[in-house]
Structure formats: structure tokens, C-alpha cells
Design a binder for this molecule. Structure first.
Ligand code: HEM
Ligand SMILES: *[C@@H]1O[C@H](CO)[C@@H](O)[C@H](O)[C@H]1NC(C)=O
Length: 490
């Protein structure tokens, strides 16, 4: 009965007869288990009543599909206060709202490593592997994070700017030039895939990238599905895709190892050579560790970046915002020679553009929220959160709270003018604390470089202004963001 112990954050539902049968079985199990637990214990967080096992699962998913998930949770927080209990996917979940809650979840106050753990559910580990960064705690986490950081931060990622720019220009040339109307989202998705394949894995121009792409898509869908390992389920497809991806990555690791030994590659060529060359105080990384974290970087980076850049493109259809971004970007372009590539120094001047991106991330966070697990009984805000419960942080509970962001629904990049005026733990689009997104700098570089070339070559208008935004459960635009392109005359 894996699913009863291991909740999935926001799965797709399969309303088949089989599903209901399983549900009935799990309900029985759940009642049997909780009967013993509920007898005379300390005060648990308050929350709405719901069916056993199912709890609020359907209500939350439905709200998300209608793009009301944020509101639904905000109403709960209003009714029940700083911590409330939901039952999601068969598990007890304490939702902590506000910056104090975020501090606990992100390891900045209360708890600590031995109380709040990252440990992910078994069904997710079967897709992402047991040694992936998201699931590791303590020293194991620090060790892998350190090695990934060498490649994803600082000088290495800063050195990518020029190569990223080439890729973006090539894609625009091929897919936007001469077109009147394009679908922005699929374009950005394939551009982003190309950038990650080329820069993280050294797979520039490799023929079988298309099959990798399909497998990654299946893998990500599986992370958002009910974990039923049965024929034709998304979960089964994801397991199969993950197996193929791991095999492909394992082969690539062997190739890179040979290249390093023969002096044909260097430590900083890509994420894999970086892992292979990492020494530090301990022994090197095993093949399993390299493969698991190689796969994770794509799973964590591809959709999130696609969504951020897509939503920035959408907000830039507003002529006033566009004009300000264009002014900043064209000044940078005009200060350079023809065909001179962008560099890190140029990116440091894109201050307003980055504020637009941050404000987009506040209003349309690609990551709705995520879980931690309570490893030891824990007291919070006068309530008892028992060992084994999940705690959930949700970005909108602070992003859309007027105490932290006045008039929260208004798009206002100036909120980020003075970064130190942002209350710590209120803006969590990249998370916070020791597990803050390690791809943050990479994401910044890719977003700024992409927007630079888009606005210096084109302006655009929304072709379907009332296209629906929803979380199904991943953030989506129903039509793929069709836009009318207006090329600049040069
Ligand atoms: C706009 C793009 C991105 C957004 C919005 C984003 C968001 C996030 C968030 C919110 C977390 C924290 C999750 C938690 O605390 O539970 C996270 C962690 C992580 N992200 Fe990103 N991310 C982005 C891009 C990337 C990229 C490009 C990569 C890799 C190349 C990446 C790799 C990771 C990894 C490995 C973690 C886990 C870190 C740890 O547990 O120590 N992300 N990301
Ligand atoms: C930025 O915000 C901080 C904290 O609110 C404040 O102390 C500081 O004076 C502000 N700086 C500027 C330049 O406005």
C-alpha cells in the first residue's frame, strides 16, 4: 500500500473503477491506523473535516484547476490561523502559513535538521533515484550540493552567457524570424531544453536528444500523478522513462570519464565532468550519485525555467512594461559592437528586467509549494505536530499576503527596487535557507539572456488575451501563449 504512506504533492487523478476500489481499501486501512492514534493526545492543528484518506485532495485539485488554489488555501489560513491540518493523498499535512511558517520549513527557525527532514516518498524516489539532492539530509546533502554548486554557481555559470546567447539567437532566427504569429510557450520549452542539454550535459547537437526529451516529459508527468504502478498509468510510463534516462546518463558518465582520463575534457565542461572531478575531503562520487543528480537537475530546471520565461513574455505584452525593458536592453545592445556576444557584465546592468522577472515569479511561481517531513514530535504555534506528518509550504501564502506585498494582485516590479526591504522568508519563488534553489543563478542567466534577444529583435501582442491560466497541476496556459510578432526594423 505505498500510496497510503506516501502522499504525492499534487497528482493527476484517474477516476477509474480501479481507483475507487483502491480508495476503499485504503480508507479501511486508514481508519484502522488512526483509531489507535487519536485517543487522548495533545492538541493537533485545526482543519476542515473531510472523508477519510481523500480528505481535501479533490477540493484542492479542483480549485487549482480553476486557478483558485491560492485563494482556497488563503481562505483556510484565514479561518484556521497560522497552522492548519489538511488530509491530502492519504497523509496528514500541516500547512504552515506566513513567514514564521516558512522559517520552520526552510530551516531558519525552530526545528532543525533532526526535526524537519527532506526525505521524500518511496514512489518519488523510484523515479528520481535514492541519491538525489532533494531527498538527502545533513552531510550527504551538503556534499552533493557542494559539488553541484561548483558548476551551477559563480564563475562557471557566468562564463556561459555568450554560449547561451548564441543558442537563443539561433532559435529565434529559425523559429520566429519572418513569422507573424507563434506559440511562445512551446518555443521557450524547446529552447530551454536545448540550453540545458548543451550546457549541463555537453549534448550539443546529439542525435538522440529527441528521445531524451520525450522521456523527460514522461518523467515529470509521473511526478505529478497518482503513484499506481499499473499498465498504461502515467506513473508506470514515468518509471519506464526514468529507467531509459538512467541508462543513457550512465553511458554518458562512462564516456565523460574516459574523456577526462585522456585529457579530452576538463572538470568544468559540464555537470557530469564536474561531479567526476569533485574530490574534496571525501572519496569521489559514485555513478549512481552522478546519474541521480544529473537527472534531477533536468527535472528541477526545465519546466520551472520554461514557466518563468513564458510568464515574463506574457507580462511583456503590456506596452508600458515592454517599453521600460526595451529601453534597458537596447541600451546594452547599442553599447556593444555588431555580433559581439553578451557577457556577465552586461547582465549586471539588466536591473529592471530582473525585477520584472522577480515580480513574475511572485505572482506566477512555477513551484506551488513543497513538502518536508516531521521526524520528531514538534510543537508549533501552540499545536502539536506528530512525527511522520508532512509539513507543506505554499508560495502564495506569503506572495499574495498584503502584509508582505501591499496590493498583492498588482504587477509592480518596483517592489524589488530595494532588495533589503523584502521581508526575509516572504519571497520564496526559489525557496530559502540551506535548500534554496541551487539553479537560481543559472535561471537568472538564462532568463535575462533570452529576454535580451527577444526584446531587441521583436515586440509582441497577445493573440488570445483571455487565455486561461491554471494549475493542472503544473502551471499552464491553455493555448500555449500565442503571440503576434512585430520585428524591429534595423
Ligand atoms: C525559474 C526557475 C526555477 C525555479 C522557480 C526554481 C524553484 C526552486 C524552489 C522553490 C526550490 C526549493 C524547493 C524546496 O525547498 O522544497 C528549488 C530547489 C532546487 N532547484 Fe530550482 N528552480 C528553478 C530552476 C532550477 C534550475 C535551472 C536547476 C538546475 C539546473 C534547479 C535545481 C534545483 C535543485 C537541485 C533544487 C534542490 C536543492 C536542495 O534541495 O538543496 N532549479 N528550486
Ligand atoms: C532599503 O530598505 C531597508 C529596509 O527597509 C532600509 O533600511 C534602507 O534604508 C532602504 N534603502 C534605500 C536605498 O531605500
Amino acid at each position: 500500500m505505498e500510496p497510503s504512506k506516501n502522499p504525492t504533492p499534487i497528482p493527476q487523478l484517474l477516476p477509474s473503477p480501479l481507483f475507487y476500489l483502491l480508495l476503499a481499501l485504503m480508507t479501511l486501512l486508514f481508519i484502522a491506523r488512526s483509531a489507535g492514534k487519536l485517543a487522548g493526545k495533545r492538541k493537533l492543528p485545526p482543519g476542515p473535516a473531510g472523508l477519510p484518506f481523500v480528505g481535501q485532495t479533490f477540493a484542492l485539485l479542483k480549485a487549482m484547476r480553476q486557478n483558485r488554489g491560492e485563494q482556497w488555501l488563503a481562505e483556510m489560513a484565514e479561518r484556521y490561523g497560522p497552522v492548519f491540518r489538511l488530509s491530502l493523498f492519504g497523509s496528514n499535512v500541516a500547512v504552515l502559513s506566513g513567514v514564521n511558517g516558512n522559517k520552520v520549513v526552510f530551516g531558519g527557525g525552530g526545528g532543525g535538521d533532526d526535526v524537519v527532514g527532506a526525505k521524500q516518498a518511496e514512489w518519488a524516489l523510484r523515479i528520481l533515484g535514492r541519491r538525489n539532492l532533494l531527498t538527502l539530509d545533513g552531510n550527504a546533502h551538503r556534499r552533493v550540493r557542494g559539488a553541484m554548486g561548483v558548476f551551477l554557481k559563480g564563475d562557471v555559470v557566468r562564463g556561459y552567457v555568450g554560449r547561451m546567447g548564441e543558442l537563443v539567437e539561433r532559435h529565434l532566427e529559425r523559429e520566429w524570424k519572418g513569422k507573424e504569429t507563434v506559440l511562445a510557450m512551446p518555443f521557450i520549452k524547446s529552447l530551454s531544453f536545448d540550453i540545458i542539454c548543451t550546457l549541463l550535459y555537453g549534448l550539443g547537437g546529439v542525435a538522440d536528444r529527441d528521445s531524451l526529451k520525450k522521456d523527460f516529459q514522461d518523467l515529470i508527468k509521473g511526478l505529478w500523478s497518482l503513484p499506481l504502478n499499473l499498465p498504461f498509468t502515467r506513473y508506470r510510463r514515468a518509471l519506464q522513462a526514468a529507467r531509459r534516462l538512467r541508462a543513457a546518463f550512465a553511458e554518458l558518465v562512462v564516456t565523460r570519464k574516459g574523456q577526462l582520463e585522456r585529457g579530452e575534457a576538463t572538470a568544468y565542461d559540464d555537470l557530469l565532468t564536474c561531479f567526476l572531478s569533485a574530490k574534496g575531503e571525501e572519496e569521489g562520487f559514485t555513478e549512481e550519485e552522478i546519474v541521480d543528480n544529473g537527472v534531477l537537475a533536468m527535472a528541477a530546471g526545465h519546466d520551472t525555467l520554461t514557466l518563468l520565461i513564458t510568464f515574463v513574455t506574457r507580462v511583456l505584452a503590456d506596452p508600458d512594461l515592454y517599453a521600460r525593458v526595451y529601453a534597458e536592453q537596447s541600451e546594452i545592445a547599442n553599447g556593444k559592437g555588431h555580433d559581439e556576444p553578451l557577457n556577465w557584465e552586461d547582465l549586471t546592468k539588466m536591473k529592471y528586467t530582473w525585477r520584472v522577472a522577480q515580480e513574475t515569479l511572485r505572482l506566477y511561481p512555477p513551484i506551488f509549494g513543497s513538502y518536508r517531513r516531521i521526524l520528531k514530535d514538534f510543537e508549533y504555534a501552540g499545536y502539536h505536530i506528530p512525527k511522520g506528518w508532512q509539513i507543506l509550504w505554499v508560495s502564495s501564502l506569503t506572495h499574495m499576503n498584503k502584509d508582505f506585498f501591499p496590493e498583492p494582485s498588482k504587477f509592480e516590479p518596483a517592489r524589488f527596487d530595494n532588495q533589503s526591504s523584502i521581508i526575509p522568508y516572504s519571497f520564496v519563488g526559489f525557496g530559502a535557507g540551506p535548500r534554496i534553489c541551487i539553479g537560481q543563478e543559472f535561471a537568472k542567466v538564462e532568463t535575462l539572456v533570452t529576454i535580451h534577444y527577444m526584446v531587441t529583435h521583436f515586440s509582441w501582442k497577445l493573440a488570445c488575451p483571455d487565455e486561461t491560466v491554471a494549475r493542472v497541476p503544473v502551471l499552464t496556459l491553455s493555448k500555449g501563449l500565442p503571440i503576434h510578432l512585430l520585428p524591429h526594423k534595423i
